[in-house]
Design a protein around this ligand. Structure first.
Ligand code: NAD
Ligand code: TDX
Length: 330
């Protein structure tokens, strides 16, 4: 099977490539990645079945021959960080909207199957006391430039599937954690702050809830959809991992041997979504997927250990990430 993985040098894509090469002997993988600030070549293994093409997913001349040569495209490439989208939304429109459009046109021309990776943030947020969770029928209500461009990309995929018969599946996943995640994101930022002798930084009161899933559980769900998913369908991916941000920071401090209150409250993110929660029952019941990482604290311990043991991977990224935060006071 020839798989084109866009954004494969980023966090989730690189973990997908590693899992695929380790567990699928018949897979030959091409990664298309622009190697933006969010990418890291060192996240990808050396492997004779892996080729890296450095290029822009919004560039039709680059994308067309790669899609022509693939049996399936798994589309991770995106600008992915909400805070950056508040500072400068343009790259989000380019990659998330124009990039997805460019890929869809190539899939249409060549009859190549596409799996589109998206986020639960397209559904907006829930109240803390709401018992509801997001389902595939929840109306789209994105809050940030990031989530608005991801929502746009989902709409394009659905339209190309219906109007042009592109064989596409979609998945909307909750917050991922695990190895190779950029230090701008919540969990790696706080772990590397503590390693550096600095204090974790909690936005606002820290009551916001995220529905955490280990990146390998996300990627195994993607494989389940590639194998058994129905064309045109959307699958929600989540592992019932709701935790508020303050509890995550306090758990990290405890794991790392620091006092419980050794963190700072910083100004809140504008438009900050309060709570995300995924109902993944369709994926579980129809396709038989189950998460393997059920103990969030154990998953956090393993993640802390990974960052402690891989400082050479994240160290070159840390100062620039903190400089970007310094501009917004977060
Ligand atoms: P990431 O920022 O770590 O990686 C994104 C990758 O895309 C990088 O390697 C970057 O170089 C590449 N890229 C960016 N612009 C490109 C372009 N124009 N052409 C080619 N490559 C380009 O992101 P991530 O956290 O791994 O997220 C991957 C996907 O999963 C995204 O589509 C995101 O919306 C989605 N998602 C993420 C999460 C999460 O918790 N991180 C949750 C649900 C869905
Ligand atoms: O320093 C911080 N302090 C803090 O309190 C950072 C970086 C974040 N936060 C909060 C904001 C969020 O409530 O932690 C929570 C998680 O923040 P992020 O890691 O930025 O993730 P989020 O905004 O929830 O979006 C993530 O999940 C959905 C990914 O970045 C998206 O790509 C994905 O679609």
């Amino acid at each position: 099977m020839r798989i084109l993985v866009t954004g494969g040098a980023g966090f989730i894509g690189a973990n997908f490539v590693r899992l695929t090469l380790a567990e699928r002997a018949d897979a030959v993988v091409t990664v298309l990645d622009a190697l933006t600030y969010a990418a890291n070549r060192d996240s990808l293994p050396e492997d004779a079945r892996l080729t890296l093409v450095v290029g822009d997913v919004a560039d039709a001349d680059t994308v067309d021959p790669l899609v022509a040569d693939a049996d399936v495209v798994v589309h991770f490439a995106a600008e992915s960080h909400n805070d950056n989208s508040l500072d400068d939304p343009m790259p989000f429109v380019h990659t998330n909207v124009v990039g997805t459009f460019t890929l869809l046109e190539a899939c249409r021309r060549h009859g190549t199957r596409l799996h589109h990776i998206s986020t639960d943030e397209v559904y907006g947020d829930l109240e803390l006391d709401d018992t509801a969770k997001f389902t595939a029928d929840t109306p789209y209500r994105p809050s940030s430039p990031y989530s608005a461009t991801k929502a746009s990309s989902d709409m394009l995929v659905r339209a190309w599937a219906r109007s042009f018969g592109v064989e596409a599946t979609l998945s909307n996943c909750s917050n991922n954690y695990g190895p190779y995640q950029h230090v701008e994101k919540f969990i790696p930022r706080q772990i590397t702050q503590v390693i550096d002798g600095a204090r974790p930084r909690l936005y606002g009161a820290g009551l916001n809830v995220r529905d955490w899933i280990h990146v390998d559980d996300h990627n195994r769900a993607v494989w389940t959809i590639l194998e058994r998913g129905v064309a045109g369908r959307t699958y929600l991916i989540g592992a019932d991992g709701e935790v508020d941000n303050r509890t995550v920071v306090e758990t990290l401090l405890e794991i790392m041997g620091q006092p419980a209150g050794a963190y700072d409250h910083v100004p809140d993110r504008p438009g900050h979504d309060m709570r995300y929660a995924i109902d993944a029952s369709a994926l579980r019941e129809e396709l038989g997927w189950e998460p393997r990482y059920r103990d969030f604290r154990a998953g956090l311990e393993a993640t802390v250990q990974w960052y402690q043991e891989h400082e050479s991977w994240w160290r070159p990224l840390k100062a620039a990430a903190e400089q970007r935060y310094a501009r917004s006071g977060r």
